[in-house]
Write a protein that binds this ligand. Sequence first.
Ligand SMILES: Cc1cc2nc3c(=O)[nH]c(=O)nc-3n(C[C@H](O)[C@H](O)[C@H](O)COP(=O)(O)O)c2cc1C
Length: 267
Amino acid sequence: MNILEAIKERRSVRSFDGKALSEAVRNELLAFAAGVYNPFGGHFSIRLKSFNLKNGYKPNTYGIIKDANDFFLIGMADEEATALATGFCFEQVVLKAWQLGLGTCWIAATFKGTDFDNGESWPDGETLKIICPVGQAAKKSLMERITRFSLGSRNRKPFSDLFFTDSFKQPLSPNSSFGEALEMLRLAPSSTNSQPWRVLTDNDTVHFYYLPKSRLSVLDTGIGICHFYETEKYYGHTGAFYTLSTPPAVHDKWKYLVSYRRRNTNI
Ligand SMILES: Cc1cc2nc3c(=O)[nH]c(=O)nc-3n(C[C@H](O)[C@H](O)[C@H](O)COP(=O)(O)O)c2cc1C
């Protein structure tokens, strides 16, 4: 399965088959997580913890996650660069897991921290902020179906509401040179499916903005930028990220985050 297929097919999985990951798969995921591309720096740690379900212990996710034995734990510092980097980097792991036939679900709210943090110690400034079950998907539980329905998880905002050109005056055409990469961004997961990402393009450059909806909006935007960048990479367009001290255009609701310039451009 190529990365675009993984982006299109992925969904959050909340019901699992109860089996532990094999040693080989654990090692593959851990090696992949250690080598993800990170252009944003920040301070975060990704761990993979096994809970021995067979012994009857289930960490508390308030009924949201069913029968997951293995969970990623993510410790993060409270910084904008960290939020952006964590979203960008861990989404690479989520997509890799999907390519390996494994389901995941980013979880920032519906978990009891002490159940997961027990015995962990994090580098200075980092605390456990995200967990993510990983394993073989089982048939969706009733709770999973209700959760997905109430979050509107299958829905995404239209392309024309998110992506713009000409100082936000014009919606971007999906047929523009960044059309496919931005379409892949549009499909990304976000907390409460909030889709806070907004984009302004200018020839070979994309400026990423976000709508500050919650404490997770920057992290969510990092996830979307991961989908965008994976698509650029797939087509051999990889460019560079940089931050402008003065945003290219000001918008009353959206905050500027970072810019990207394509290198091998045919625009
Ligand atoms: C940063 C982040 C935090 C999330 N936190 C939770 C959570 O606490 N509980 C939950 O059930 N789902 C959580 N989700 C999953 C979202 O609800 C889900 O990604 C969204 O509804 C879109 O559905 P999809 O992932 O199936 O495409 C989170 C997703 C992200 C990206």
